[in-house]
Design a binder for this molecule. Structure first.
Ligand code: FES
Ligand code: FES
Length: 164
């Protein structure tokens, strides 16, 4: 089987690259597009490290072939901060010690960003359920949970201040 030309957008930038039909999207993002913030752990959909956003939904990029993403719009962890400014979620990960080695962090940031955009006020239980799709071998999840809860609380305060 020959190679395919794939054109997609990552963090607003267009990439046109060739890939074999069996190439995973995670490898394509890292190797062909040079965006190594997307990490690859298990390569079979379990650890969540490779999570990116495809057309507005969090997706495990190791479970998708690059050819399936042809023409799609993707956001990776490199696209979160703008002009060197961390997003509130990233800032809270930093402040609440939501990471140690950082291997799991890009995937968790992408899932959480997508999740909070759709569910801005989740309960602690709901956040834990969302996090159950991600493996972290370092933190014990406590700092991660705190960082997400703080982001939710800060958002509520912002909404209250804007509404007053
Ligand atoms: S590398 Fe994709 S879920 Fe683990
Ligand atoms: S911070 Fe090391 S795996 Fe999560």
């Amino acid at each position: 089987m020959g190679v395919h030309q794939i054109r997609l957008t990552i963090n607003g930038k267009t990439f046109v690259e060739e890939a074999e039909p069996r190439m995973l999207l995670s490898d394509f993002i890292r190797e062909n597009c040079g965006l190594t913030g997307t990490h690859v752990g298990c390569e079979h959909g379990v650890c969540g490290a490779c999570t990116v956003i495809v057309n507005g939904s969090a997706v495990r990029s190791c479970l998708m072939f690059a050819v399936q993403a042809d023409g799609e719009e993707i956001q990776t962890v490199e696209g979160l901060s703008q002009n060197g400014e961390l997003t509130p979620l990233q800032q809270n990960f930093k402040e609440c010690h939501g990471l140690q080695c950082g291997f799991c962090t890009p995937g968790i940031l992408m899932s959480t960003s997508d999740y909070l955009a759709k569910n801005p006020e989740p309960s602690k239980k709901e956040i834990k359920e969302m996090l159950s799709g991600h493996l972290c071998r370092c933190t014990g999840y406590d700092g991660i949970l705190k960082a997400i809860q703080k982001t939710v609380e800060d958002n509520k305060e912002t909404i209250l201040i804007e509404g007053s």
